[in-house]
Design a protein around this ligand. Structure first.
Ligand SMILES: C[S@@+](CC[C@H](N)C(=O)[O-])C[C@H]1O[C@@H](n2cnc3c(N)ncnc32)[C@H](O)[C@@H]1O
Length: 268
C-alpha cells in the first residue's frame, strides 16, 4: 500500500522540513552523513537515493561520489522542488552530476542493473505501508542494482516502550528568519497489527506573546518493521548477503539498537 505522498509531504511540510530537522537534530546531520558518504566514496558507478526528500543527504553524497552520476528519486513534488533549489545552489561541479526524478520505492525510473549504490536515508522506506509493498520495493532496488552493487537503508528500531498513542506535544521550537517563533507539535496513533503509526503534525507560529499567526496541520503514516522481519524480507527479495547494524557506525545489533541499518549486496 502506498501513502498518497502528495497529501503527506505537501508544501506545508516540505518548506518546513529542513528548519524542523535542524531544530530537532541541531543541524543537517543526524549522525548518518558519514555512513552514506563513505559508501558513496566506495561506489564504482552511479548512485541513487530513494526518498531523497530535500536533498539533505544527496548533496554530500554527490560530493563524495567522485565523478559518478547521482540521482535523487522522490515521489513528492513539493519535496523535489526544495531539492532542486538545493542542487541549483550547489557547487556546479557537483550539481552537474545530480538528477532529480519522480519515483518511489516500488517504481524507480532507472534501467535494470544500472546502479552501483542504492540507498535510502532517514527512514523513507518506512513510508511503504505494508510488507507486500516493502518486498516489492526491495525487489525494485535489486532490479536497478548492478551485480555486486550495494543497498543501504535505515529504519527506526521498534521500541515497545515508545509504540503507543500519544497526546499532542511540542517536539521542536525555533525562531524563523522573520523572528516569529514556530512550535511543532506531534501526536501519534499506533496500530500494532498493521505496524502502522499515523502521525499528526501541527505548526503554531507566534510573534512574542502576540496572537497566533499561522496554525497549519499535516499528517503522514509510517510502518515499523522488526529486525528479523527485515532479514526475511531481504532474503525473499533476493539479497544473498545482508549485514544488519545497530547504528550508522556499524556497531552490532545489540538489545537496544539506535537504528536498524541495512547493508546488502546484490548477487554478483
Ligand atoms: C523523512 S523524509 C527523508 C528525506 C531524506 N532522505 C533525508 O534523509 O532527509 C522521507 C521521504 O520519503 C519520501 N517517501 C514517501 N513515500 C515514499 C515511497 N513510497 N518511496 C520513496 N520515498 C517515499 C517522502 O516524500 C519524504 O521525502
Amino acid at each position: 500500500m502506498l501513502e498518497p505522498v502528495e497529501s503527506a509531504y505537501r508544501p506545508e511540510m516540505s518548506r518546513r522540513y529542513d528548519q524542523d530537522f535542524e531544530a530537532i537534530f541541531g543541524g543537517a546531520d543526524r549522525g548518518d552523513l558519514e555512513f552514506f558518504t563513505s559508501l558513496a566514496g566506495l561506489a564504482e558507478g552511479p548512485v541513487c537515493e530513494v526518498g531523497a526528500g530535500t536533498g539533505r543527504v544527496l548533496l554530500p553524497v554527490a560530493a563524495a561520489a567522485a565523478g559518478a552520476s547521482v540521482v535523487g528519486v522522490e515521489p513528492s513534488s513539493a519535496m523535489r522542488e526544495v531539492m532542486l533549489a538545493r542542487v541549483g545552489g550547489a557547487d556546479p561541479r557537483v550539481g552537474a552530476r545530480i538528477a532529480v526524478r519522480d519515483g518511489s520505492f516500488t517504481d524507480l525510473p532507472l534501467a535494470d542493473r544500472s546502479q552501483a549504490l542504492v540507498y535510502s536515508a532517514f527512514r523513507s522506506f518506512q513510508h511503504v505501508l505494508d510488507s507486500d509493498g516493502q518486498l516489492a520495493g526491495l525487489r525494485e532496488c535489486l532490479r536497478v542494482l548492478r551485480p555486486g552493487g550495494t543497498l543501504a537503508i535505515d529504519l527506526f528500531d521498534p521500541d515497545y516502550r515508545l509504540l503507543h498513542d500519544t497526546e499532542p506535544s511540542v517536539v521542536a521550537r525555533y525562531r524563523r528568519e522573520d523572528r516569529a517563533i514556530v512550535e511543532r507539535w506531534d501526536a501519534r496513533r499506533v496500530d500494532r497489527v498493521s505496524q502502522r503509526v499515523d502521525v499528526d503534525f501541527r505548526w503554531v507560529v507566534r510573534r512574542g506573546l502576540g496572537p497566533v499567526l499561522e496554525d497549519v496541520r499535516a499528517h503522514y503514516a509510517i510502518r515499523y518493521t522488526f529486525p528479523h522481519e527485515l532479514l526475511h524480507l531481504l532474503a525473499r527479495a533476493g539479497f544473498p548477503a545482508v549485514q544488519l547494524y545497530g547504528d550508522y557506525d556499524r556497531s552490532p545489533l545489540g538489545p537496544t539498537p539506535r537504528e536498524l541499518v541495512v547493508v546488502a549486496t546484490a548477487p554478483g
